[in-house]
Design a protein around this ligand. Structure first.
Ligand SMILES: C[S@@+](CC[C@H](N)C(=O)[O-])C[C@H]1O[C@@H](n2cnc3c(N)ncnc32)[C@H](O)[C@@H]1O
Length: 281
């Protein structure tokens, strides 16, 4: 059975540095609860090498937000370069000050973050495009999703690969709140509404602290809950030659996902799962 919800990093509550809503920053909480850029960079390397037989160097991060993945990518190897696009200036600015504390001047030179719309933004052809944390679910119409994939494909090198994540499972079709404890706070994934006719889903992330204070609706996502076959069909229609699905293994002690994603042609009908898709140009 795969992981139960869209939170990719595990954690436990600890007494170290007790946080409250007033002393916390929502982007910092987001990065520590839902992002795993080291694991995702390693996954991209492994999959790209297995498909293409070489190591990827250039990565474009669409919907890059605080560009945590891009920052991790340029730290990973001295040759690596990253370019990121996002529309939201304040989020990008937060990321720039955070990444400035983590990256050397030489690493920052290999990082190019721009304000731009991923549907039209142009860049030098890259080895990899990554669009993570389900950001492309904001395209609710098939034509919009196909148009985005077509544009992304046009921005890849001849042997480039696009990486997407997706989530699902029968729990994701119900209106509920799931919780996960992290170091000093609890992350809540709240599905306020799911409409089976349109497939639209309204999700929020809330953060709750040990003293009872909360950051409610720290992030809100008005999405379409796309399924894997729909996404693959849209990628096919956009011209990608082949797509592969990577499913998470199970940690037999906890019964949860083990963080290891392997290529598969068959999934499991569990309550909640996260999967990756790699699309070959
Ligand atoms: C769910 S967040 C994902 C952030 C990050 N990629 C991650 O993995 O957590 C979605 C981001 O997409 C940005 N965004 C939404 N529409 C966009 C568009 N058309 N072009 C570029 N960025 C967009 C938002 O500003 C937001 O920062």
């Amino acid at each position: 059975m795969a992981t139960a919800k869209p939170a990719k990093r595990r954690g436990t509550k600890s007494a170290k540095g007790w946080r409250t809503a007033a002393t916390s920053d929502r982007h910092e909480l987001y990065e520590s609860s839902v992002q795993s850029p080291d694991e995702e960079s390693a996954f991209i390397d492994r999959v790209f090498r297995s498909i293409r037989g070489r190591t990827p160097v250039t990565l474009r991060e669409d919907f890059c937000g605080t560009h945590f993945l891009s920052g991790t990518w340029v730290k990973r190897r001295a040759a690596n370069r990253a370019i990121g696009f996002d529309l939201h200036r304040p989020t990008v600015a937060w990321g720039q000050s955070r990444r400035a504390t983590e990256l050397t001047a030489a690493q920052r030179k290999r990082l190019d973050i721009r304000i731009g719309d991923v549907c039209t933004a142009r860049s030098q052809p890259v080895d990899v495009i990554a669009a993570f944390n389900f950001s492309y679910f904001l395209f609710k119409k098939r034509e919009q999703l196909v148009a985005y994939f077509k544009h992304a494909r046009s921005q890849l090198k001849r042997d480039g690969v696009m990486f997407l994540d997706c989530y699902g499972g029968h729990g994701s079709f119900s209106e509920q709140t799931e919780e996960r404890d992290f170091d000093g706070f609890t992350y809540q994934w709240h599905t306020e509404r799911y409409d089976p006719v349109s497939g639209d889903v309204l999700n929020h992330i809330h953060f709750v602290f040990p003293d009872g204070t909360k950051v409610r609706k720290a992030f809100t996502y008005d999405w379409r809950l796309w399924t894997i076959p729909e996404i693959r069909e849209c990628l096919d229609e956009a011209g990608f030659r082949r797509t592969h699905v990577y499913w998470e293994g199970t940690d037999h002690a906890s019964g949860e996902g083990d963080g290891i994603f392997r290529r598969t042609t068959v999934g499991e009908a569990c309550a909640g799962w996260i999967a990756y898709i790699a699309a070959e140009k």
